[in-house]
Design a protein around this ligand. Structure first.
Ligand SMILES: NC(=O)c1ccc[n+]([C@@H]2O[C@H](COP(=O)([O-])OP(=O)(O)OC[C@H]3O[C@@H](n4cnc5c(N)ncnc54)[C@H](O)[C@@H]3O)[C@@H](O)[C@H]2O)c1
Length: 339
C-alpha cells in the first residue's frame, strides 16, 4: 500500500509515520510537509533512511508540486498538515485559511483526479465549539467553531463532506480531542509547561485555568487513524477521545508535582479571546464499529510524556531556539506584563 501522509514532520504526523513504518514495514510512505515552524525533520531522523520512506518538502496548497506524487500512484491520503495553534490563528487567520481550507481542497481535487481509494481528513473536536458542564460531543453535534483555527478546520470538513456527496470521493473524517506525547511543539499546553517548569520560568495559565480538555495519548490517536484508514466507512465521521477530562490547571499542577517544582511558578494571565470552556468526546461509534479503545490513561501517559521530554532536552532546546518560538515567547512576555 502506498500512503501519502501530509504534515508528517509535525507532532501527530511524525508519531503516525513512526507508528505506520513499524506496524506495516511493507507499506510505502510519502511524507509531504512544507516544514513550517511546527515541522521538524529531527522528529523523523530515525526513519529518514528507511527504504519505504520518502520525504517531500511542499505546500499542500501547491497543486503543481503535488501532481507528480499523485501521478506515481497513491492508494490513500491521510491529511494531518495544518496550521494548528489557536493563539496563532487569532493573530493570522489568513494563514489558517490557506493551509487548512485551500490546502485541503487541493488534496481533495488531486485525490479525485487520481482516484485514490481512501482519503482520511484528520480533524478536531474543536469544530463542535464549546460544551457546558454536562454533555459530550457526538458525530451529530452541529458544527459551531469559535476560533479562526476551528473555523478553518470546520470549513475543511465541509469540503470533505461535499467531495464525498458530490463526486463520490471515498473520504472519511476523524475528530479527535487534545493530544499529548512525544514531539509536540512547545507552544501547546503540556510541552510548554514542562519546558518552563524545567527552566524555573513562570507557567502562564489562561484565566482561571478551569477550562476542560479531554486528553488522549498520541499513540492512541495513531491507532484510531490506522483503524479508520483500513476499516472506516467512507462518508462517515468518527470522534476519537480518551475520556480523560482534566482542567488545564490540574494538568499544570500534575506536571509541577511530577517535576518536583513549586505551584508558585503558576501565573494566571489574561484569558484567550473566545476561549472554549469545555471539550468532551463521545467515542462510542469508533469503539463499537471499529473496536478501538485507548490503551493509555492520563496519569500514566503524562508520566511517559514528561520522561520523554527529559530524555530529549536537546530536541526541546533545538526547537525552542527557533526564531518563531522566540517571537512567540515575546507574545507571552507581553501578556505577563499586561497583568
Ligand atoms: N494536536 C492536537 O491536540 C490535535 C487534536 C485533534 C486534531 N488535530 C489535528 O491533527 C493534525 C496534526 O496536528 P499537530 O498537532 O500534529 O500539528 P503540528 O502543528 O504539530 O504539525 C503540523 C504540520 O503540518 C505542516 N504544515 C503546515 N502547513 C503546511 C502546508 N501548507 N503544507 C504542508 N505542510 C504544512 C507543518 O510543517 C507541521 O509539520 C492537524 O490537522 C490538527 O488540526 C490536532
Amino acid at each position: 500500500m502506498k500512503l501519502l501522509i501530509t504534515g508528517g514532520a509535525g507532532f501527530i504526523g511524525s508519531n503516525f509515520v513512526h507508528y505506520m513504518l513499524s506496524r506495516y514495514p511493507g507499506y510505502e510512505i510519502i511524507n509531504v510537509d512544507s516544514l513550517t515552524y511546527a515541522g521538524n525533520p529531527e522528529n523523523l531522523r530515525q526513519v529518514e533512511n528507511h527504504p519505504n520512506y520518502t520525504f517531500v518538502k511542499a505546500d499542500i496548497a501547491d497543486q503543481a508540486a503535488l501532481t507528480p506524487l499523485f501521478e506515481s500512484g497513491i492508494d490513500a491520503v491521510i491529511n494531518f498538515a495544518a496550521e494548528s495553534h489557536v493563539d496563532r490563528s487569532i493573530l493570522q487567520p489568513g494563514l489558517f485559511v490557506h493551509t487548512n481550507v485551500i490546502g485541503t481542497q487541493t488534496l481533495l481535487d488531486l485525490s479525485k483526479t487520481y482516484q485514490v481509494a481512501k482519503y482520511v481528513q484528520v480533524s478536531t473536536d474543536e469544530v463542535y465549539g464549546t460544551l457546558g458542564a454536562e454533555g459530550l460531543f457526538t458525530e451529530e453535534t452541529p458544527l459551531a467553531p469559535n476560533s479562526p483555527y476551528s473555523a478553518s478546520k470546520a470549513g475543511a470538513d465541509l469540503l470533505v463532506r461535499a467531495y464525498y456527496e458530490t463526486f463520490g470521493l471515498p473520504a472519511v473524517i476523524t475528530r479527535c480531542s487534545n493530544n499529548y506525547g512525544p514531539y509536540q511543539f512547545p507552544e501547546k499546553l503540556i510541552p510548554l509547561m514542562i519546558q518552563n517548569a524545567l527552566q524555573d520560568k513562570q507557567l502562564p495559565v489562561y484565566g482561571d485555568g478551569l477550562q476542560v480538555r479531554d486528553w488522549l495519548y498520541v499513540e492512541d490517536h495513531c491507532r484510531a487513524i490506522d483503524l479508520v484508514l483500513h476499516q472506516g466507512r467512507t462518508g462517515q465521521v468518527y470522534n476519537i477521545g480518551g475520556s480523560n477530562e482534566r482542567t488545564n490547571l490540574h494538568v499544570v499542577q500534575t506536571i509541577l508535582q511530577e517535576l518536583g517544582k513549586p505551584e508558585s511558578l503558576i501565573r494566571h494571565v489574561e484569558d484567550r479571546l473566545g476561549h472554549d470552556r469545555r471539550y468532551a468526546i463521545d467515542a462510542s461509534k469508533i469503539k463499537n464499529e471499529l473496536g478501538w479503545t485507548p490503551q493509555h490513561n492520563f496519569e500514566e501517559g503524562i508520566k511517559a510524556t514528561i520522561a520523554w521530554y527529559l530524555q530529549n532536552e536537546q530536541w526541546l532546546e533545538q526547537v525552542v531556539s527557533g526564531a518563531y518560538m522566540n517571537y512567540y515567547d515575546t507574545q507571552y512576555a507581553k501578556r505577563l506584563e499586561s497583568k
